[in-house]
Ligand binder design. Structure first.
Ligand SMILES: Nc1ncnc2c1ncn2[C@@H]1O[C@H](COP(=O)(O)OP(=O)(O)O)[C@@H](O)[C@H]1O
Ligand SMILES: [Mg+2]
Length: 334
């Protein structure tokens, strides 16, 4: 097959905010995916989804299938930008469709669906103007987050607030910086888990990954903040989370966590791949924070790759599974 790998490239640009490129991919990841695809006998073209003539590029360079890792750059639906273009041109692509990507980027809307489906998610309120009255049912501590970002952009320890003064201050700050509505939800004390799902003929729930922040005391951080994700492993900063895969969970709790992730994957109709972030409360309720239909695929650093390795897969097998799942969908729709 002729495959086009579409990505947004991580690069240095002093004119952009510090976290602007956090979700984008490094040349190493792009090369690793490209060589995995080539190793299975396909031709690979690379395209940076940042190019302004994306529509005409794809209409003139038609691929059999696009391997999509592009996070997008503009607007409320940025992760859906490229899939929308490919839909218009009737070019198939890996992973979730335009609608699912736009939905999952919107954490608040996704949580409304989770609530309707009976999937546990922290109680929440969305602040559009910023000065709405706080829902009296919400219990402090609360966490304040941009509603439509990933890679923990805008999330640090000052986002966890214990009173209304700090809450409204943080809401204003996030609204101003990220120019979007703000999600406020109950902060769940407990364990940090993430669950990968891979569909290739059958649905495969990968071994659960636990990220343990007990060794991060020196950093002053105790959850998966932007700094933690960006600089994890940095000894000087004390950002030394440990990873356990499979997570150390009793079987009945493991099943409950996997069930919440699978229901979430299905509730928003993800395709081929997803990663669901969960906080397991002290009373063992798996609260779904969000689902990522475009999880990071760095061979060395990404949570999803760690989970695939724990399932006995090699990196090339992971990429091939995504490819085959999408190719099969294309065949069955023809
Ligand atoms: N309600 C919450 N309770 C506890 N921790 C949270 C909560 N919301 C976010 N966090 C922490 O912040 C991290 C990033 O939040 P998340 O909603 O997954 O955003 P992102 O899309 O940026 O990954 C989580 O992995 C978790 O460590
Ligand atoms: Mg997350």
């Amino acid at each position: 097959m002729r495959i086009t790998l579409a990505y947004n490239l991580k690069r240095k640009d002093e004119a952009k905010p510090m976290d602007y490129f956090s979700e984008f991919d490094s040349p190493q990841t792009i090369n690793a995916i490209a060589s995995a695809i080539k190793s299975r006998g396909h031709r690979v073209d690379l395209v940076d989804a940042d190019r302004p003539d994306l529509f005409s590029y794809f209409s003139q360079n038609r691929a059999d299938l696009v391997f999509n890792i592009a996070e997008g750059t503009c607007g409320k639906f940025r992760e859906a930008e490229l899939p929308a273009i490919l839909d218009c041109l009737d070019i198939p692509y890996t992973g979730s469709n335009t609608f699912c990507l736009a939905l999952a980027l919107n954490k608040g809307l996704t949580k409304k669906i989770l609530k309707a489906e009976g999937i546990p998610t922290p109680n929440f309120q969305i602040f559009f103007r910023g000065n709405e009255t706080l829902d009296p049912q919400l219990k402090f501590p609360l966490i304040v987050k941009p509603n439509r970002e990933g890679s923990a952009k805008g999330i640090d320890i000052s986002c966890v607030v214990n009173n209304e003064g700090l809450l409204y201050k943080k809401i204003r700050e996030i609204k101003e910086t990220y120019k979007q509505e703000v999600l406020v939800e109950e902060f769940i004390e407990g364990r940090e888990l993430t669950v990968g799902i891979l569909e290739n003929g059958k649905v495969m729930i990968l071994p659960i990954l636990e990220i343990d922040f007990a060794g991060c005391g020196k950093s002053g951080e105790y959850f998966y903040s932007w700094r933690m994700k960006e600089y994890q492993g940095n000894k000087e900063l004390g950002l030394l989370p440990s990873f356990h895969c499979p997570a150390r969970l009793d079987k009945d709790i493991e099943d409950k966590v996997k069930d919440a992730a699978l229901k979430t994957h299905r509730a928003i109709a993800c395709l081929d791949i997803s990663r669901t972030d969960i906080r397991l409360s002290k009373d063992n309720i798996p609260y779904v924070l969000e689902i990522n239909p475009l999880p990071g695929l760095s061979p060395d650093e990404s949570n999803f790759s760690l989970m695939a390795y724990a399932a006995g897969m090699k990196y090339d097998d992971l990429i091939e599974a995504i490819l085959l799942s999408a190719a099969e969908r294309k065949r069955s729709q023809n």
